[in-house]
Design a binder for this molecule. Structure first.
Ligand SMILES: Nc1ncnc2c1ncn2[C@@H]1O[C@H](COP(=O)(O)OP(=O)(O)OP(=O)(O)O)[C@@H](O)[C@H]1O
Ligand SMILES: [Mg+2]
Length: 255
């Protein structure tokens, strides 16, 4: 199995070399836990190693992502000039029509090896509120009806949508990372409670308040086609991005 290095030493070690190529991986976590930073860092590392990398954001514009990159000393302009990095912003809740068709066109044209979708939560919310009747391949109604006679519900429609999206992404055989929002008290591992079962891998980011101080930890909850560390790995965000101690594999106390 070919592994894709994330370029983050502690994470690659926890994954025994990296993410198995072609896997669809969720990065779940609460607001501000570092999901976008981790995604951008992995893409910048892969672009720097010569792999075409695509960042699709439904939450931050190119300018905002650029500001984020600058904060960590990553030069997106340079990678874009070399045709190794592309970033596209979709205003999903503002009613971007044919979102998935547009995404597919970008992928077909740029031919990336890695994709980030930040975030899956806004994307599926956007798809649920927009009229998908034009986009036959991903029509919510069409997919949901194929599941009859089960009664339609938001969860069922989301599930059908995610299946369609993930199936389409798998066809491209591109390693894909998608973020999803999670509240600390959630028992499920993704915002929709569905994609955690469909995805090949899940990395959960936690913000822990221990003894009055804040600390962050990360856990690989699932990664198909490889063995991996299952313990909580403390990490920090510095002016160089996400930093995970490669030797931190010990369990830390959780509530
Ligand atoms: N230079 C820096 N040094 C240390 N920490 C930083 C630095 N820059 C950003 N951070 C931290 O990173 C956090 C933001 O991370 P990021 O935007 O990746 O989170 P997120 O999980 O994507 O958030 P959201 O849910 O809002 O999308 C900030 O809240 C801040 O704590
Ligand atoms: Mg974010």
């Amino acid at each position: 199995m070919n592994k894709i290095k994330t370029g983050i030493e502690g994470l690659d070690k926890a994954l025994q070399g990296g993410i198995p190529e072609g896997n669809i991986v969720l990065i779940s976590g609460g607001a501000g836990t570092g999901k976008s930073t981790l995604c951008l860092q992995i893409l910048v590392n892969s672009a720097k190693s010569g792999e075409k990398s695509l960042y699709i954001s439904t939450e931050q514009t190119r300018e905002e992502i650029g500001r984020m990159a600058e904060n960590f000393g990553w030069n997106l302009n340079d990678l874009e000039k070399k045709n190794l990095f592309e970033m596209h912003y979709f205003d999903t809740l503002g009613g971007s029509a044919n979102l998935l068709r547009d995404m597919k066109a970008i992928i077909t044209k740029f031919k990336p090896k890695r994709i980030v979708i930040d975030s899956l939560t806004t994307l599926t919310d956007g798809l649920l509120v927009s009229d998908l009747s034009e986009s036959k391949e991903f029509s919510v109604v069409q997919v949901a009806e194929s599941l009859n006679p089960v009664p339609r519900s938001d969860k069922l429609v989301t599930k059908a949508l995610l299946y369609a999206l993930i199936k389409a992404l798998k066809k491209f055989k591109i390693t894909t990372i998608m973020t999803t929002e999670l509240f600390q008290e959630d028992k499920q591992l993704s915002a929709d409670g569905v994609s955690e079962f469909i995805a090949d891998g899940i990395i959960v980011l936690f913000s822990l308040g221990i003894a009055g101080s804040n600390s962050e930890a990360l856990r690989v909850a699932k990664m198909r086609y490889t063995d991996h560390l299952k313990s909580y790995l403390p990490f920090s965000i510095t002016d160089k991005g996400v930093d995970i101690n490669p030797d931190s594999g010990t369990d830390i106390l959780m509530k």
